[in-house]
Design a protein around this ligand. Structure first.
Ligand SMILES: N[C@@H](CCC(=O)N[C@@H](CS)C(=O)NCC(=O)O)C(=O)O
Length: 195
């Protein structure tokens, strides 16, 4: 299976960490989703990474779909099949993805020329990130050691450190910082550093 991915994409990293934890070998194909890359566009009309191309030609996207497919096919390990634990894991994934959903466009906004940046938009992204971080700090002790939600949250936090190191989100959130430091020691995280 091929994974079209971005080396700086947190959603792509989530899929790579999942594959690593499950021991699934993927052929990694680095693409710039913003470029006119026909291989990606042919496989995924939304034109986003990550996109998983199965050997039978079916392309799967977006990251929650790919992660569930991998865990169902090669696990189960990361997503409980039913019950309360499943909802907790999916909710945690939504929080991690929510961090990415605010941090990625925030990054794009900051790359625009200063005069074209929208202070209002930047404030809204910051608000969303801060609210999610506060919620994660509040829930830190109840977090599963390893599931799809934990992976998504760790990749979202790692992306904040990668793009916005001056935020120092952990300063006021010691429990979350401790959890993240611990999770970051996993081989799957070390093997998928952003570039
Ligand atoms: N909800 C999607 C988000 C994927 C996404 O936004 N990927 C970004 C890279 S971080 C992308 O491909 N952007 C290219 C574009 O929007 O054209 C997922 O979970 O896979």
């Amino acid at each position: 299976m091929k994974l079209f991915y971005g080396a700086a994409s947190p959603y792509s990293r989530k899929v790579r960490v999942v594959a690593h934890e499950l021991g699934v070998p993927l052929e990694l194909v680095a693409v710039n989703a913003m470029a006119w890359d026909t291989a990606l566009g042919n496989a995924n009309p939304i034109n986003r990474v990550p996109t998983l191309l199965r050997d039978d030609g079916l392309a799967l996207f977006d990251s929650p779909v790919i992660c569930e497919y991998l865990d169902t096919s090669f696990g189960p390990l990361l997503l409980p099949a039913s019950g309360e634990a499943r909802w907790r894991a999916l909710l945690a994934q939504a929080l991690g993805d929510g961090l990415m959903d605010a941090a990625v466009p925030r990054r794009h906004e900051t790359l625009r020329p200063g005069a074209q940046q929208s202070p209002e938009r930047l404030r809204l992204y910051r608000r969303s990130i801060d609210q999610i971080l506060d919620r994660l700090e509040h829930d830190a002790d109840a977090r599963a050691n390893l599931d799809l939600g934990a992976i998504s949250i760790a990749c979202g936090l790692a992306y904040l450190d990668f793009r916005f190191p001056d935020d120092r989100w952990g300063k006021r959130r010691p429990a979350l910082q401790e959890w993240f430091d611990d999770f970051s020691k996993r081989q799957s995280m070390a093997a998928t550093e952003f570039a």
